[in-house]
Design a protein around this ligand. Structure first.
Ligand code: TRP
Length: 331
């Protein structure tokens, strides 16, 4: 029997090239080894996004984006959290086994409190119960699907450890294995993707290349990459060049060698390197962009894919909730 991997995607904005190499590709590769479940964590996003148009657009764009990037819904169970109401029953069930102290120690909550304190505000200003209990909902997401492994970034490890604590508390109380205890797997930066300004590509730095930028915009963004002031004739070092580091993610081994040679030979201006980078980025992203546009233009099909995923997910979820009810005497 294959082990189960599960991870959640918070729909909080436009996907970019950093997400593509850092999160999407590694998550999709999991399906070779694990029974994989991926879901859009739309109720997690509700904690911060209160504009219905914005939230709805984010959910659709992120779902379409993952499908366009290669998620095969026949191989991976792909669903929206909100389409699996068992999530919210399990949340209530495990709430009784989650100490308030555990929530007080959650990094995201603590950071929000500290932020308020530093500003001289009430410590709980702007903090809703959704944020405070975020780790319980996330634990339910994970435990509901009997996940063995949860691939996450470093910032989410504490949340997975809380899911472990909670599952263990339930099993200990009922003296049986009611819930599976998950393991976090930290995805080592599969690829550090450089942004347009020399720092790591990140939405918070505003230095991203959006995954579905139209060709014209893509070229403009690449032409904006910051370079040093070396002249055309000077020999250049590929390994310290933003352009070359991005190029490596998109180009074949032969192409990489050829461009590195041009760098070292001198006589190549930055404009030439940028044109070559644009060529390979556009080559890789054009089919992804075209698929994305086709999916976005056909909302009925997109809804159908997500509904099919939810239909596969719900029986698994219902079995977990039932196991808990039985153990707890609520059957
Ligand atoms: N909290 C995760 C994030 O911010 C998203 C998420 C929600 C998640 N539920 C999950 C991740 C369950 C892994 C497993 O990115």
């Amino acid at each position: 029997m294959r082990k189960i991997a599960l991870t959640g995607i918070k729909p909080t904005g436009i996907l970019h090239v950093g997400n593509y190499f850092g999160a999407i590709k590694p998550a999709l590769a999991l399906a070779d080894e694990y029974d994989t479940r991926l879901f859009i964590a739309d109720y997690h996003a509700l904690n911060t996004i209160k504009d219905p148009k914005e939230l709805s657009a984010n959910i659709r764009q992120v779902a379409a984006g993952w499908l366009a990037a290669g998620l095969d819904p026949e191989k991976i169970i792909f669903y929206r959290q909100s389409a699996v109401p068992e999530t919210f029953e399990l949340t209530t069930q495990i709430m009784a086994f989650t100490s308030k102290g555990l929530m007080n120690r959650a990094h995201a909550y603590k950071a929000a409190v500290q932020d308020n304190t530093e500003k001289g505000d009430d410590p709980d200003a702007g903090i809703n119960m959704g944020l405070f209990t975020y780790p319980v909902l996330m634990a339910a997401d994970i435990i509901l699907f009997d996940a063995d492994v949860v691939p996450v970034g470093k910032d989410q490890v504490q949340h997975v450890e809380m899911a472990q604590d909670i599952a263990q508390a339930v099993n200990f109380n009922y003296k049986q294995q009611v819930l599976k205890v998950p393991q976090a797997v930290v995805q080592e930066e599969v690829a550090v993707v450089p942004g347009l300004d020399g720092r790591k590509m990140s939405k918070s730095y505003g230095n991203t290349i959006p995954l579905f930028a139209p060709e014209k915009e893509l070229r403009k963004l690449i032409m904006r990459i910051v370079t040093n002031s070396q002249g055309v004739e000077e020999a250049k070092d590929p390994d310290t060049s933003q352009i070359y580091l991005l190029y490596k993610l998109f180009a074949s081994a032969e192409e990489q060698q050829a461009l590195a040679k041009l760098y070292r030979a001198g006589g190549m201006g930055w404009g030439v390197a940028k044109e070559e980078l644009f060529r390979v980025v556009n080559r890789e992203l054009t089919p992804v962009r075209e698929r994305y546009e086709a999916i976005m233009a056909d909302p009925v099909t997109l809804d159908g894919i997500l509904a099919k995923g939810a239909a596969k997910a719900r029986p698994i979820a219902a079995a977990t909730v039932k196991r808990f009810r039985k153990a707890a005497g609520i059957d």
